[in-house]
Ligand binder design. Structure first.
Ligand code: AMP
Ligand code: GLY
Length: 423
């Protein structure tokens, strides 16, 4: 098969590595890819959001399967456009992708179908939102922009002043653009966070191994929210009992709700959960693989990913084996100094071999380019050093000792990934 992966970050690199293991994969392309992905796939300079460009490329090159990984092209309807040309795809259609691209849609669906989530109200006017927050007088309070905002559209306000600032930024300064036309104001929940990615074909739902992201930039969950600074899998807080409860109260009801609303979901559905004292609740849905969750989850997937993707397309997931290995995986993200704010690009990276790798770990490239045989930084999150081990401790030791060997100007990474989970 000729397979095209749309996107160009660490998640796409991890998916490509797994796809490459399939005996079915003859040729892999990536639009646009990055420096390190180039060692595993042919990178094509078409932007991930260029729907017509991707469709044209897929047709001209007789691609057998297109995997649309990022949220933007999914929200824009890239899967619908490819489907109209009879091309096999992995990813939800536009109306199903709304489970991520509109938090208002997702919250209203959860309310309608009794899926546990934080209590909330929706506002389209800043004064109304503030009036409500002032009257309610419960802090911290969580304020979310309705639309896509690179994982940064969430403000946790500790007092009325911070809430005013947050509402002002989202609804008046429009720091997230039209994503901030509406806001969700919701109750602050507490408890360990768990990411569960699930394969879904609209009828069958197969949760993958659980994971834990680390969203803040600095150790001890300090600093700004980022796209994710590191992950571990499995998540030790996600016991068999919790998993059963999630299947009963969240996973199955969500997939059924999407069907009832005429938005059948096919692809990877990401459940961002919080294990609160009142039981598991949904913090967010994503209509795609998480980044950097995918890096650790793919490290542990034993089954053929291409088989799984084809089975989802045919709505035959229930007959497809999905196996994960025992043991654990850890991913340490090495970022550019300044991220998630402004950072420098083009710094030479030292410590990697010609393939952009290191022995015994997988180095997934997120923001790199290759120039005259030299890997250079080209993004905020640069590399995800990912290791597998019999235990979490072993996986973390391996990932950290490899991360230490890599350097570039301004490089930083968190030293406490998975620290809360060690025995
Ligand atoms: P989201 O983009 O919705 O995943 O939110 C980003 C982060 O904000 C989450 O990973 C949580 O750590 C935090 N967060 C979001 N919603 C809530 C909530 N209702 N209560 C507490 N923390 C939250
Ligand atoms: N790591 C969080 C996300 O992919 O949205």
């Amino acid at each position: 098969m000729k397979i095209l992966v749309v996107g160009g970050g660490g998640r796409e690199h991890a998916l490509i590595r797994k796809i490459k293991e399939s005996p079915k994969a003859e040729k892999i392309y990536c639009c646009p890819g990055n420096g390190g992905i180039g060692a595993d796939a042919q990178c094509v300079p078409i932007a991930a959001v260029d729907v017509q460009g991707v469709v044209k490329f897929a047709k001209e090159n007789q691609i057998d399967l297109v995997v649309v990984a990022p949220d933007d092209p999914l929200a824009m309807g890239m899967v619908d456009a490819l489907d109209a040309q009879g091309i096999m795809t992995f990813g939800p259609r536009k109306i199903a992708a709304e489970i991520e691209s509109s938090k208002v849609f997702a919250k209203n669906m959860m309310k309608k179908f009794g899926i546990p989530t934080a209590a909330y109200e929706v506002f389209d006017k800043a004064e109304k939102a503030l009036e409500y927050i002032e009257k309610n007088n419960q802090f911290p309070v969580v304020i979310k922009a309705d639309g896509l905002a690179l994982g940064k559209g969430v403000i946790i306000a500790q007092n009325l002043n911070e809430a005013k600032g947050g509402i002002h930024e989202i609804m008046e300064d429009k720091v997230f653009g039209a994503s901030g036309n509406n806001v969700v104001v919701e109750e602050f929940l507490t408890g360990p966070e768990v990411s569960v990615l699930a394969f879904v074909d609209s009828k069958t739902i197969v949760p993958m191994v659980s994971s834990m992201d680390h969203k803040r930039a600095l150790d001890g969950d300090q600093g700004l929210n980022t796209g994710g600074m590191g992950t571990i899998a499995p998540n030790p807080f996600y016991t068999k009992e919790v998993a059963d409860q999630c299947m009963e109260t969240i996973f199955r009801p969500t997939v059924e709700a999407m069907n009832k609303m005429g938005r059948p979901f096919q692809g990877c559905l990401y459940f961002g959960l919080m294990l609160t004292p009142k039981g598991p609740q949904v913090i967010e849905y994503n209509c795609r693989f998480g980044d950097p969750e995918t890096q650790v989850v793919m490290e542990l997937l034993e089954s053929d990913l291409v088989d799984i993707m084809e089975a989802i397309y045919r709505k035959d997931l229930k007959n497809c084996p999905v196996q994960f290995s025992s043991g654990a995986a850890a991913c340490i993200v090495i970022a550019s100094g300044g991220y998630p704010k402004a950072y420098k690009k083009g710094c030479p990276i030292s410590g990697l071999d010609e393939q952009g790798q290191l022995p015994e770990v997988s180095v997934y490239h997120a923001g790199t380019k290759l120039e005259n045989g030299q890997y250079l930084t080209n993004g905020g999150r640069v590399l995800g050093v990912t290791a597998k081990g019999a235990s979490l401790e072993e996986a973390l030791d391996k990932a950290y000792s490899s991360a230490e060997q890599i350097s570039f100007e301004g490089a930083f990474y968190r030293k406490d990934i998975g620290a809360r989970c060690k025995k």
